[in-house]
Structure formats: C-alpha cells, structure tokens
Design a protein around this ligand. Structure first.
Ligand code: PEP
Length: 251
C-alpha cells in the first residue's frame, strides 16, 4: 500500500478575475470540506492569489502559483519570485508547464533553476514533464521523459528533494479532450520514477508523488487514480467549475 498522499491540483491557467475566483472558492469549499484523503491545491493566476488565499483561510485547501522566476528580486519586468509567492500565502508552485515551454521559452535548464529556488524557499514544486504528439508517434516518449526528468532534477540534494512533485502531462492530451489511457500514464510514471531513483535515490523515488495531467475529468478520474503509479492529478479545464473539480477531488 502506497504511503503517497494523493494530490489534486487545479491549474486555472489565464482564467478568472479576483471576484470570479472568490465565487469559485465560496461554491467549492462546502463540497470538499470534510475531504482529507487528498491534498487539494488551487493554482490561480497571480492577480487572483490574494482572493483565493483569503477565501480558503482556515481550510485545508492550499494555494499555488503557476510559475515563478529563480531570482529573488530585481529588474525582471513581469516576473514573480518565490519569496513573493510565499508572502502572498502560496505553498506550492507549478514549474515547467508545457504552455510555458511552448510559448514562453521555458527549457529544462530554466525549470531546473526554478526548482532549486522553490526548494530553497520551501515552496512545494510541481514539475511538469511530458512528450509532444510527434515525439510519442516517433517512439521518443521515454527519451523525452528521461531527459526532462534528469535535467529538471539536476544538482538537487536528496535531503531537499522530499517535497518535489512531478506531473506527467503528455502535451497531446492537454486541453484536447484526449486522455492517456490509465495504462499509458502508469507506464510513463514508471519511467519517470526510475529516473528519479537514478537522479536522487530509490527511497525518494518511492515516496515521490507523480501526478497525471491531460484532460482529466469527473468521468475518467477514478480509472486514472486506480493505477497505483498515479498519485493525483493536475487539472486544467475541468478545474474551472467548482462542481466538476469537486467530483474529481472526490473521485
Ligand atoms: C493542464 O493545464 O495542466 C492540463 C492538464 O489541462 P487540461 O486538464 O485542460 O488538459
């Protein structure tokens, strides 16, 4: 029996204003208030963090950023740092989401720098990895996952690594309605976990939570979560509605 506590995280991407975020929280909290089996994290846009932190205060819901830079402060227009996320009440941060890689030049190297900064400041990092459709179709999935995982974790000291969470998000499944089958996801998770064991050590690999992301919905959540390799979900589109996200949390 796994000792890994499942984590279900909402990635709202660039959706919702502060007032819409507050409305979500007001509707969502009663739906999950007695639910402690899973760690629940809401990752709103930066401008909504204050509203979500205020709305969830005193509850067991955590709040995370969707990105950050590795520097602590400086002339980096438009960026947000780990100390800023912490000061706003965040405990988690998503790093290396495929949309950041695809549209904003995120690389394995920048993900690695951000990971070091998140760990230094004791934010729980949710590091995203996953192959493109062309990479899967040309048989490169394993190579991509090994590269993203090993470069992403480079130089991390095992004693700092306990809090790291990895999200396996096949890019072809994000926002497309296509989901990896539970077996495909489990196989990818095994590949990632073996690389974590090589990069860090076996004990950390066995304890590390690996989430699945890519068109998770109330209808497919329980089949995915029934795989022992799948330790939770990173949910985009279906996390925007409180009813739908609560059904995923309660899978
Ligand atoms: C995501 O944004 O991380 C994601 C998995 O999106 P979706 O659930 O919409 O596919």
């Amino acid at each position: 029996m796994s000792t890994r506590k499942p984590l279900i995280a909402a990635n709202w991407k660039m959706y919702k204003t502060p007032s819409q975020s507050s409305e979500f929280v007001t509707a969502f909290l009663p739906l999950v208030q007695h639910h402690t089996r899973d760690e629940i994290v809401l990752c709103p846009p930066f401008v909504d963090i204050a509203a979500v932190v205020a709305g969830t205060r005193g509850s067991h819901i955590h709040v995370g950023g969707q990105n950050m830079i590795w520097q602590e402060e400086g002339a980096f227009t438009g960026e947000i740092s780990a100390p800023m996320l912490l000061a706003c009440g965040c405990s988690h941060v998503i790093l290396g989401h495929s949309e950041r890689r695809q549209f904003f030049g995120e690389t394995d190297e920048t993900v690695n720098k951000k990971l070091h900064a998140a760990l230094k400041h004791k934010l729980t990092p949710i590091v995203c990895v996953g192959e493109l459709l062309a990479e899967r179709e040309s048989g490169k999935t394993e190579e991509v996952l090994l590269r993203q995982t090993s470069k992403g974790l480079a130089g991390v000291a095992p004693d700092l690594a306990q809090s790291i969470v990895i999200a396996y998000e096949p890019v072809w499944a994000i926002g497309t309605g296509k989901t990896a089958t539970p077996e495909m996801a489990a196989e990818a998770h095994r590949i990632i976990r073996e690389q974590v064991a090589r990069s860090l050590n076996r004990d950390i690999a066995d304890k590390m939570r690996i989430l699945y992301g890519g068109s998770v919905k109330p209808e497919n959540a329980s089949a995915l979560m029934s795989q022992k390799e799948i330790d939770g979900a990173l949910v985009g589109g279906a996390s925007l509605d409180p009813q739908s996200f609560s059904k995923i949390v309660l899978y």
